[in-house]
Design a protein around this ligand. Structure first.
Ligand code: AN7
Length: 363
């Protein structure tokens, strides 16, 4: 049933979702009730043990976007994109995805009563994301190609058929995703000095810069952060300054060779006085394990790329964050990719069901 025919049921929870909470700042059609799963309001977790593992002397926070309803930051942009699609009278939506966008689009389409089609690279999407997209009832189409091929195809499909594109080239996506910047400022009382995050299709870095810019312009923040973007070394077009035809990385969420918001990302990096860096798969996995072990915060490998960039900059000495406030955005949940977690750690040992065996095992 399309949501136009549903009664205007407002959420009763303390947190009403990002559209309601930031309504005056969200520039989309407000002619229909928001399509929401009460996304946003995610924890900004202080990470002192992690900060000292990285050398200490600065304040570190983790923006834990895994706490969104489908387990990634994509939900912020999907509430706005799907609400706009409903306002526009769409009956169906489509996107290309490395996984998280697919799961989020599928959930919000279900919520709105719209048909959803997602294109994913065959065999290169983490199990939890596929499980989500299928469970929420999307039509999942695997393509024998990468994300960039998929994005080209869905752009063409949305031009030829009456189906709304919900990738982050859709401006409504940025309107929702910029709210993460607002939340960080609302909690800290100002913008941080640095914001570190993974960069794939570059929609998120563009959105954060938009959000921080709006708070700064309106006097709600006294500074704008410097941005530290991180791409996987095998999929680092912005760092290299050229399209990567065959991107490869264990961080499948950011396995993207030709980001749609490349130009906006470059502008954001330049205006902020920030930097973009390439991190190896080993550096990503090491950051991924470190944050889980030092702080009890489990994110998916791609999500740890920003943290890996921070660690790398500190280690190599080109980043100085002493006495500063640093936020690392952890974009997606560790449970999205159980295979990476299990492969990346020593397997559990098996013992006989006897107390002596247990005592011996735990030393
Ligand atoms: C966990 O789902 O592109 O730079 O299709 O899933 O805004 O693309 C996912 C991207 C970072 C990069 N972290 O954000 C998709 C997709 C995680 C992600 C990114 C993604 P953008």
């Amino acid at each position: 049933m399309p949501s136009q025919s549903l009664p205007d049921v407002r959420p009763v929870a303390a947190w009403p979702g990002v559209i309601e909470h930031y309504r005056a700042r969200i520039h989309i059609a407000h002619t229909v009730p928001p399509v929401t799963l009460l996304e946003g309001n995610t924890p900004l977790i202080p990470a002192p043990r992690l900060a000292s593992a990285l050398g200490g002397g600065f304040e570190l926070y983790l923006k834990y976007e895994a706490a969104n309803p489908t387990g990634s930051f994509k939900d912020r942009g999907m509430t706005t994109a799907m609400t706009q699609a409903v306002a526009d009278g769409a009956q169906a939506v489509i996107c290309a995805s490395t996984g998280n966008t697919a799961a989020s689009a599928a959930a919000y389409a279900a919520r709105a009563g719209l048909k959803c089609v997602v294109l994913v690279p065959d065999g290169k999407i983490a199990a939890g994301k596929l499980a989500g997209a299928l469970s929420y009832g999307a039509q999942v189409i695997a393509i024998a190609g990468n994300f960039d091929d998929g994005l080209r195809m869905v752009r063409q499909a949305s031009e030829r058929a009456p189906i709304a594109l919900v990738n982050s080239i859709n401006p409504a996506r940025l309107q929702g995703q910029k709210t993460a910047a607002f939340e960080i400022c609302d909690v800290l009382g100002d913008a941080p000095d640095w914001l570190c995050l993974p960069v794939g299709n570059a929609g998120n870095i563009t959105s954060y810069w938009l959000g921080f810019g709006e708070y700064f312009d309106d006097g709600l923040a006294s500074i704008r952060p410097r941005l530290l973007g991180a791409q996987a070394a095998g999929a680092a077009p912005i760092v290299l300054g050229r399209i990567v035809e065959h991107p490869e990385t264990i961080a499948t969420a950011i396995r993207i060779g030709n980001p749609a918001r490349w130009r906006e990302a470059t502008t954001a990096l330049d205006e902020s006085g920030g930097r973009i860096t390439a991190v190896s798969d080993e550096e990503i996995l090491s950051a991924y394990r470190l944050v889980a072990r030092t702080e009890g915060v489990f994110c998916e490998p791609s999500s740890a790329a920003g943290l890996a960039g921070l660690a790398k900059g500190l280690r190599e000495g080109w980043l100085d964050v002493r006495r500063q406030r640093v936020v690392c955005v952890l974009t997606g949940h560790g449970l999205k990719d159980p295979e990476a977690a299990i492969k990346g750690n020593a397997p559990p040992i098996t013992i006989e069901p006897r107390i002596e065996a247990l005592l011996e095992a735990i030393g």
